[in-house]
Design a binder for this molecule. Structure first.
Ligand code: SF4
Length: 387
């Protein structure tokens, strides 16, 4: 996750800290079964492309707005449900497109209402997305790639590298699938691009989907309620700044110096912390949005007093929110949760230096809660029972 798929910012419970999930519900289909679609994904169409498609077939342009309303606020799952469209148009749409090209491979629900969906894509790839209920907030965390190339050593999503970028339609489909889980009188309020993958490595797909997410004729979510998370790819951060839309940016640091960061986040070897911080500063200057940094606290690795002091040193003078997330173990990886003592000490040092710190306490050791684990477990024969 260019994002640390495991982290959510201020209002989020991090994925690593999701409460224990109930037994997953039965899947729509069987593990490993690709659902090959021969038709284009309707959600990949821009509004202009939709209007052109309508015009080419003799349908009036105003139908575009009607169709979009059905999809983004009417929660239609098929073209047939768009009952105020002429039957011919509904038939033309169904002949030409698939509204959703994926399927729900697995859904897990926690007692607090958090829901996690494993979406199987048309080619058999799988990604995860999460809906969190927190007071009036209905926040979602969405994936941007199948797998991840960043290779963070503590992350399940990056264990097998990256397969491909998601299309804008596949990113939108995750948002809509989560929206459909809400009662009719509730709507999505916040989006975090912090699921599987590095969002800034897939800017076209991510920005295309977010254009719809913030459009008043789309999901109507303010960019100020949308966060893009990244491990820190300076050229892509600069590109995002040039787009000029005030999305929140969350940069995953995980270490206060290059030696340690390069061990934990291998892509750092080619970049270095200072260029990441400089790019974040430029984003802050152009967007006016407060910067958020993420730091997964790994027991015995990056949770020492010295690390905390170094961290305060590199962040000094910056207006930032620091989200610190005690690690949730991932099966097969050698990293452990920090002790309560080191968590407390780390917190004290950051707070006493005047940094705004948001600490998330780990809530459990649940299987499948951390980003990438649900997908990973589904791919192993032992875990097919989750389906
Ligand atoms: S490997 Fe990718 S998905 Fe995992 S934490 Fe790193 S950037 Fe995020």
């Amino acid at each position: 996750m260019g994002s640390l798929c495991m982290i959510f910012s201020v209002w989020f419970v991090p994925m690593t800290s999701l409460p224990i999930l109930s037994s997953p519900q039965p899947a729509d289909d069987q593990p490993g079964a690709a659902r090959r679609s021969s038709k284009p994904h309707w959600l990949d169409l821009t509004e202009d492309q939709l209007i052109e498609w309508l015009s080419d077939r003799g349908h009036p342009k105003f139908r575009a707005k009607q169709i979009r309303r059905w999809v983004y606020t009417g929660r239609a799952e098929t073209f047939e449900q768009m009952t105020d469209l002429p039957a011919k148009l509904r038939a033309d749409l169904a002949d030409a497109f698939e509204l959703f090209t994926g399927s729900q491979a697995c859904v897990s629900t926690s007692p607090d209402g958090t829901e996690k969906i494993l979406v199987r894509l048309h080619d058999g790839g799988e990604v995860e997305c999460v809906l969190l209920r927190d007071g009036a907030r209905r926040s979602i965390c969405v994936s941007s790639q199948v797998g991840c190339a960043m290779g963070c050593v503590f992350c399940a999503s990056g264990l097998d590298g990256v397969d491909r970028n998601l299309t804008r339609g596949e990113i939108l489909e995750q948002m809509l699938r989560l929206q459909h889980r809400l009662p009719a009188d509730e709507r999505l309020s916040h989006i975090v691009m912090m699921g599987m993958g590095e969002p800034l490595a897939n800017l076209p797909g991510v920005l295309g989907a977010l254009d719809v997410a913030r459009d008043e004729n789309g999901l109507g979510i303010s960019p100020r309620r949308i966060t893009i998370s990244t491990v820190g790819l300076p050229p892509a951060i600069d590109k995002l700044a040039k787009v000029g839309i005030p999305y929140n940016l969350a940069v995953s640091l995980h270490a206060p110096n290059d030696e340690l960061r390069s061990r934990l986040v291998p892509v750092n070897r080619k970049i270095g912390i200072e260029p990441v911080l400089s790019a974040a500063d430029r984003y802050f200057e152009s967007s006016g949005r407060r910067l958020t940094f993420e730091y997964v606290l790994l027991g015995g690795i990056n949770d020492s007093e010295q690390c905390a002091h170094e961290l305060t040193g590199i962040l000094r003078g910056r207006s930032v929110m620091m989200n610190v997330i005690p690690y949730n173990p991932v099966e097969g990886l050698p990293y452990v949760t920090p002790s309560n003592r080191s968590i407390t000490r780390f917190k004290q040092i950051l707070e006493s230096s005047g940094i705004n710190v948001n600490f998330r306490q780990r809530k459990g050791n649940e299987i499948n809660a951390a980003c990438g684990q649900l997908r990973r477990n589904r791919q192993s024969p032992q875990s097919d029972s989750h389906a």
